[in-house]
Every structure is written in structure tokens, then in C-alpha cells.
Design a protein around this ligand. Sequence first.
Ligand code: ADP
Ligand code: ZN
Length: 606
Amino acid sequence: MKQVNNPKRSLLYYYGFAMLIIVIFNFIAMPWYSERHVQQINYDSFMTMVDDRQVAEVQLQPSENQIIFTSTEDDTVYKTAMVEDPNLTQRLFDADVAFTGEIIEQASPIASFLSFVFQILLFVAIGQWISRMLLKKAGGSNAMQFNLGKSNARVYVQSTDGLSFKDVAGQDEAKESLTEVVDFLNNPKKYQAVGAKMPSGVLLVGPPGTGKTMLAKAVAGEANVSFFSMSGSEFVEMFAGAGAAKVRDLFKQAKEKAPCIVFIDEIDAIGKKRGQAIGNDEREQTLNQLLTEMDGFEGNNGVMILAASNQPESLDPALLRPGRFDRQVRVELPDLKGREDILKVHASKVQHDDSIDYNKIARMASGASGAELANIVNEAALRAVRQGRNAATQNDFEESIETIMAGEQKKNAILSDKEKWIVSYHEIGHALVAAKQSGSAPVEKITIIPRTSGALGYTMQVSEKGNDYLHSKENLETQLATLAGGRAAEEVAFNSITTGASNDIERMTQLARAMISQYGMSDTFGMVAFEQRNNQYLGNEASATGSAETQAAIDREIVELVGTQYDKAKTILINNRELLDELSHFLYNEETITGQQFMEIVNKYN
Ligand code: ADP
Ligand code: ZN
């Protein structure tokens, strides 16, 4: 929406500039006409001038007790005090002086001020007229949104940025479902002939940053139709009824331009289940208006509504009814192949080495969304610039993953020597416990360079497959033991424990609780869910269900599960004490150890 501001702003510039010139002009000119004033002289000098025929015009002002006159010699206006002189009139006659009843014009300050005000008013009027003309012109062209002052008329058409399906990497299933929409927009007759109706709304659901907006634009781009777009939060206004009016406006414009796509981003902002939030009449009114508009479509009128949401479970059921958003397209986080493709799409826009291993980067960035991957590529390019190179390298990409995932390297955080030893043992503890259990992901890299996120060290494990969809109970227990490895190493090496494991503890507790109350992996409780997942896509918080006694029993079981895995980790480390020491010394000295260096040392002891 960058274009929006420019016409308005340049108008303001012209306008302000004109005003400035007027003001300056008036300040320079005003003294000149108000000061073309009046020189005072003696009465006898006046009489001398009359007799010498140097006086052009005279006005007698008895009320002011003064005589105003002009000279034939120059432009000056003179005045003199009136003196009791009965012969005055006669002497003026004799000297052929014209004396009229009219006031000799002096530029009065009031008059010049009034003319100044008048000029300003004139320019204000002209300025407004010009701005109205310009806005009218700009409003006629597409791809802009305008606020026409008070009338608040908006044009919702937006550019698709030339996007098509090939720009959206991965997301093959989503593209496949949307191809039908494109086909319908291109050949509506084909569908009408069979009597098939297209769904009037398609809901794109998935986590943030997965390309929902891109897909909507791509549909409009592929079908070569207009793209109307608005975010749900924009509908919710301060004033009751304003949101509903915007909905009406949007659909009115869309119908005029059919066939077209109407895209409503963040539809949850208006589409939440009604009656949940207390007293938000405005939102309900807006939602009702949207439902009315969707019902008002008479069959195939060529307006296709796409909407995006990352909380589909919170949407009002009325929105999901047949005839409204009756089709859902899932836009999930990309898998390994998808991540690789997205990286390639974005890397093609920056300068980089020829030998980039996208597969490796994609494996390292497990769980990243499309937006995060785009960010990683950009971060890599920035890093190259920062270091004075003209192309990003493999190393830049790998480093930027860590930046995105763990925060920037903290340059001047200084660990004490003792702390550095503890962090080294802690991180090696995680890695070694992982390496000594079968089925855990190989270690990619360990560093003990502090990050701005607060992490003092960092162990990166990369699964060969990229994404794991199913976890076995053994697999989760391995993860628990690996998380426990850090604290266990501290205890084995220093016989004392630190606060450094707090994040590990949090994650272990979460995982253990989920195993028991969500995944049915407890012998005591079996397949009963004691937790309800509230939001699949945002954060995954869960709320507990079940009686207080069960909760207490679950808590006890969590303690036991975590304890067992902690003991397992400790045993592994005690049995490999020498290896633990050598690896920790290496990490302490080098601050970074790669997976390869790590495995070389481990294999020496096998
Ligand atoms: P959403 O609407 O799902 O929150 P967007 O469509 O706004 O996400 O995507 C944000 C940015 O992330 C895009 O501008 C693009 O750079 C990048 N992106 C996301 N998904 C993809 C993808 N599948 N292919 C290429 N780029 C993507
Ligand atoms: Zn740890």
C-alpha cells in the first residue's frame, strides 16, 4: 500500500509551499503599503508650498484637526495641524489647488490585513479544489485504497503482486484444491452446464506464515481476475455499524467487478463464535452482515470468497455452514521437501554460492514456516553483506538458522571460567546421552557461545528424515533422557547442580505430562485423555480435565517418569566418564564442535 500516501503527500507539499509564499510575500509587502505614509510638516511650510504651487491636492479634516495633502514634486502624503486661518480657502483657490471632499487614500493597516486574509481564503479554496480533483483521478485507478476525507469511501482492489502458483513452493495439496477454483473462474460455463455450483467460500487454515495470503493472491493471479482484500481486524471499528458498512461496501464493489476474488485475512477477528465475548455488538453486527452478504449470492455470480484463519476451531459454526465457507483447505507447515523448495525460491532472489546444500539447511530448519525460511535466506544475505562479501555461503545459511532459532550471538557476554566449564559439560551431557541411545537424532553442532535469547549453550540435533510425524514411547523416553543429560553431566562432573537446566526441566515436564495425559502411554491410566488441546495452531496450550485425585496421581507419575530417565542419563555418563571429559575439554577449548568432530572422538572409544 505504499502508493497510497504519495498523491496526498505531494498535494500537501504543493499546498504548503503556496501558503508559505503568500505569507512571505505579505510580510515583505505589508510594511511597504502601510508605510507609504504621512510626513508631518509645519503649517507655514505648508503655506509656502501652496504659494510655490507645490501642492497637488488637499483635504481638510476639521474633525481630526488636521490637513492632509499631496505634493506635485513627489509621492509623499503630508499632514499638518489645522490652524485658525480664514483665508485658507481663498489662498488655495489662488494657488489652483484641488481640494475635494474625498479622502486621500492612505493604505490603512486594516485594509491590508483584510486583503491578506482574503488571499489566504482564496488559496485554501483553490487548494481544496485541486486536491479533490487529484483524489478523484487516483481513485479511478486500481490497486489503491483511499480515504476520501470524511466520506470514507474506499477502493478495496489490490494488486496480486504478479503471484502465481509457481511462486508458492510446496503446499501441493492446497494448490490442487485451489486449481478447481481457478478453473471455475476461468470457465464458469463448464460448471453451469452440469448445474454444479462452486462453494461461495473457501477457508484457508493453517499456522501463521505458511503462505495463505500468497495462495489467495496466486488464485487471483492464475485466474487473472481482480483481487479484493481486507483483514478481519480492519472491519472492527470504534463506531457501531461501521464494520458492517465496510462489509457492504466491499461486496458492492466486488459484485461490480465480478468475476473476482475477495480475500478476508484473519477472519477470526470477526468470525469468533458469537456469544463468547461479552458485549461485542459491533463484531457480531459485522459478522451478521458478512453472513448476509454470503447468503445473498444468487448462485454463480462470479464472486469467490477466500478467507484465512489460524484458529479454525474458534470460528462461528454459522460461517462454516454449507453455502458459506463450506470448503476448507489446509495450509500446513512445510515438510522437508517443501522447506527445500521454499528455500530455493527465496535463495534465487539473493546472490549466493553455487554449492549450497539446500537439503541440509532444510533439515536443520525443521519446523520452520515459509515466512521463517524467507527470513533465514534474508538473514544469510545480510550476514554476507556485514562481512563484506558479495554472495551468501552455506555457512551464512547455517548461521542464520541459529540466529532465527536461538537469537543473535551475544558478542560481549563473558562467562567466568567456572561457568564455561559447567556449560561445556552440560551441553556435552545432552549430546553424549543422545549419541549413546539408539534412535536419537544425530548431533549436528554444539556451541557454548551465549545467545541473546539467554541460552548459554546450544546443542543442535538434526533428524535424518526432517520431520517426524509419529513418535514411539521409546522415542519419547530417549528424548527425555537426552534433555536430562545436561543436568546429569553437571552432577557427574562437579557433584553440584545449577540453574542452567531450567529450560530442559520445563520441556521434560511438558513432554512427560503429554505422554501420560494426552498420548495414553501410562500403564496406570491407559488410553484416557486428561487434557484438552485448545488451539492446534497457536502455541498448543492444553487445559486439564479430570478429577483432582487423578491430577495428583498424574503428577506423581510424571515425577517418576522424569526420575527414571534422569537416572538412565546419569548411568550413561558415568559409564562413559572419560569420553565425557575429553569431549567437554574439546568444547571448552574450541567453543564449537561439529557433529563430525563429535563422532570422531566418540568412535575412538568404541
Ligand atoms: P500467511 O498469510 O499464511 O500468514 P503469507 O502468505 O503472508 O503467510 O506469507 C508470508 C511470507 O512468507 C511470504 O511473503 C513469503 O515470502 C513467505 N512464504 C510463506 N510460504 C511460502 C511458500 N510456500 N513459498 C514461498 N514463500 C513462502
Ligand atoms: Zn540443557
